[in-house]
Design a protein around this ligand. Structure first.
Ligand SMILES: Nc1nc2c(ncn2[C@@H]2O[C@H](COP(=O)(O)OP(=O)(O)OP(=O)(O)O)[C@@H](O)[C@H]2O)c(=O)[nH]1
Ligand SMILES: [Mg+2]
Length: 299
């Protein structure tokens, strides 16, 4: 049997579990996860190699109705993945009904001439909305152009139906030689990966609106010895009032962010690190194309 190879874009609203699915399939943490929407800010490729062939999964930022330049970038970045792939996983969240954001996504997918699989995630929380999503798709898509091939309820978190999903994906992918060497699991640049790990700790430790206002930039990555790296990263916030929140009382919060991030970065690098974290106020960075570019948020 000839081997298969193809790009699979994972698209859907924020917080539906796209990054969780990527990590579950690859059995490794490739993409950061949080309970807050708009966690992912990059297209992140994770590569699965097995006997049947190679699948390059592309995790994307959640599609939403944008309110800032950053939001616009996130949507463009996600939608770009739809043109650069062989197949689309359109992921929905069974813990909430379809709504306006969902309609917007379907409008973006309905003319596509590639196979689409609707992945109904979080089935561990109930399957009551399955029919609503299928009906919502049917009502909003022109019948002759319908590219939906399958719908599959899964739980990315509890790994339910994920192997069945992989069977379906392989059945739909074209034959071909592997695109990436077989020992590569992700092509995400290391510095960005490190800044994402730090941002994940901020998302998980800080409450409410603040996480949306933060970004992380690795300014220095300096190997000092064979098994030791000095890393300096800057946490950007939007307002003066946010700086003390990130730092915390007596520096407790930033120390906690640093400790948690250091542990994970050391495991990733298999080296000891010294992680220096600074907090900087950069007013309205989310609207500033130059800073967005510096952060790697550009196409
Ligand atoms: N119960 C349940 N929770 C899940 C499942 N998959 C993901 N989650 C949770 O949903 C939340 C969002 O998961 P993410 O993987 O970050 O979602 P995402 O779609 O990548 O979100 P964005 O990057 O913001 O677009 C996290 O709290 C996950 O633990 C699932 O199958 N079941
Ligand atoms: Mg994500």
């Amino acid at each position: 049997m000839r081997k298969k190879c193809g790009f699979v874009a994972i698209l859907g609203r924020p917080n539906v579990g796209k990054s969780t699915l990527l990590n579950t399939i690859l059995k490794e943490k490739i993409s950061i996860i949080s309970s807050k929407p708009q966690t992912t800010r990059f297209q992140i490729r994770g590569i699965l190699n097995e006997e049947r062939g190679q699948i390059i999964f592309v995790d994307t930022p959640g599609l939403h109705l944008p309110k800032s330049e950053l939001g616009k970038y996130l949507n463009i970045s996600a939608l770009k993945a739809k043109t650069d792939c062989d197949l689309i996983l359109y992921m929905v969240d069974l813990t909430r009904p379809p709504g306006e954001e969902e309609k917007n996504i379907i409008d973006n997918l309905k003319d596509i001439d590639k196979p689409v699989i609707m992945v109904l995630n979080k089935q561990d929380k109930g399957t009551g909305f399955v029919n609503d999503y299928i009906k919502f798709w049917q009502e909003n898509v022109v019948k002759e152009k319908d590219s939906l091939k399958y719908y599959i309820p899964i739980s990315a978190l509890e790994e339910k139906n994920v192997s069945q999903l992989l069977d379906v994906i392989f059945s739909l992918l074209p034959e071909g030689e592997p695109f990436y060497p077989e020992d590569i699991i992700s092509d995400f640049p290391l510095k960005l990966n490190i800044s994402e790990i730090i941002r994940e700790k901020i998302l998980n430790l800080l409450r409410e609106e603040l996480p949306y206002s933060t970004a992380v930039m690795v300014e220095e990555f300096a190997p000092r010895k064979e098994d030791f790296v000095y890393i300096k990263a800057v946490i950007l916030v939007e307002r003066d009032s946010q700086k003390p929140i990130v730092i915390g009382k007596n520096g407790q919060m930033i120390r906690k962010i640093g400790e948690m991030a250091r542990e994970e970065i050391e495991a990733l690098l298999e080296k000891k690190i010294y992680l220096e974290l600074l907090v900087k106020v950069e007013k309205n960075w989310q609207e500033n194309p130059l800073i967005l570019k510096k952060l790697g948020y550009f196409i």
